[in-house]
Design a protein around this ligand. Structure first.
Ligand code: PEP
Ligand code: MN
Length: 263
């Protein structure tokens, strides 16, 4: 179902009015984690003023250490919804357990499946039972075929609204958090008709890598960007080192828009 051979034209996934694919560039920005209403509101207002079209923020966080901040959970989800109502940007947030599928289906515009759950096949099958759009991130060491097969699980179960998200893969290099696979953009767009979004924040793990990689991703044909922005990165509860301040995001977006015009 994901195969380009049986579906030559680009799929356009519509997320509460924001389109991804077929020449539409979706611009997602926001903090790694929801920390408070005031924090999300401040970031949301800033990124919207810069031109972002969707708001991100993790309420349930997949942390490597059980002692790290795990997210505000359902309270965080309610904060996101309140900010959406206030600012008018649709929201994307990560679902980790089928336990919350119904709540997410009801409240979230775009359901994110994180890298660590890309092959949680039971979860993927359940996503097929709803018709909310899904943002499927690439697993830390997933090949293109494995990633496409995970999209296929969701589609074969009945939900064809899938957006792929490249977020860097594990390589031997340890200076960067992951290695951004820019080649995945043309490869996935050749193999599938699904929109491909790039998350340069989790790829590089350093804020100063975000701008050059975001520009490269759009030049390579990405259908969208997902970027972490924080009003006070030094004090962020998660991923401060890779988060842009709102003014840096603003500069980046103006440059990205110029590139998008010539691609
Ligand atoms: C995230 O987007 O906040 C996240 C945890 O990303 P990933 O699953 O790609 O690590
Ligand atoms: Mn993060």
């Amino acid at each position: 179902l994901a195969n380009r051979a049986f579906h030559p034209e680009d799929s356009v996934v519509d997320v509460s009015g924001v389109k991804f694919g077929g020449g539409h560039l979706g611009l997602i920005a926001g903090p790694c984690s929801v920390e408070s209403f005031e924090q999300v509101l401040e970031v949301a207002r800033a990124v919207k003023a810069s031109g972002a079209t969707m708001l991100r923020g993790g309420a349930f966080k997949p942390r490597t250490s059980p002692y790290s901040f795990q997210g505000l959970g359902l309270e965080g989800l309610d904060i996101l919804c309140a900010v959406r109502d206030e600012v008018g940007l649709p929201i994307v947030t990560e679902l980790m357990s089928p336990q919350y599928l119904d709540v997410f289906n009801e409240k979230v515009d775009l359901i994110q499946i994180g890298a660590r759950n890309m092959q949680n096949f039971d979860l993927l099958k359940q996503l097929g039972q709803i018709d909310r759009p899904i943002l499927l991130k690439r697993g830390l060491n997933a090949t293109y075929e494995e990633w496409i097969m995970s999209a296929e699980y969701i589609m074969a179960s009945g939900n064809e609204n899938v957006i792929l998200c490249e977020r860097g893969i594990r390589t031997f290099e340890t200076f960067t958090r992951n290695t951004l696979d820019l080649q995945s953009i043309p490869v996935l767009r050749k193999k599938t008709h699904l929109p491909v979004v790039v998350d340069p924040s989790h790829a590089g793990g350093k804020w100063w890598l975000v701008e050059p990689m975001a520009k490269a991703a759009v030049a390579a044909g990405a259908d969208g960007l997902m970027i972490e922005v924080h009003n006070n990165p030094e004090c962020a509860l998660c991923d401060g080192a890779q988060s842009l301040k709102p003014d840096k995001y603003d500069t980046l977006l103006q440059q990205v828009k110029q590139i998008a015009e010539v691609v």
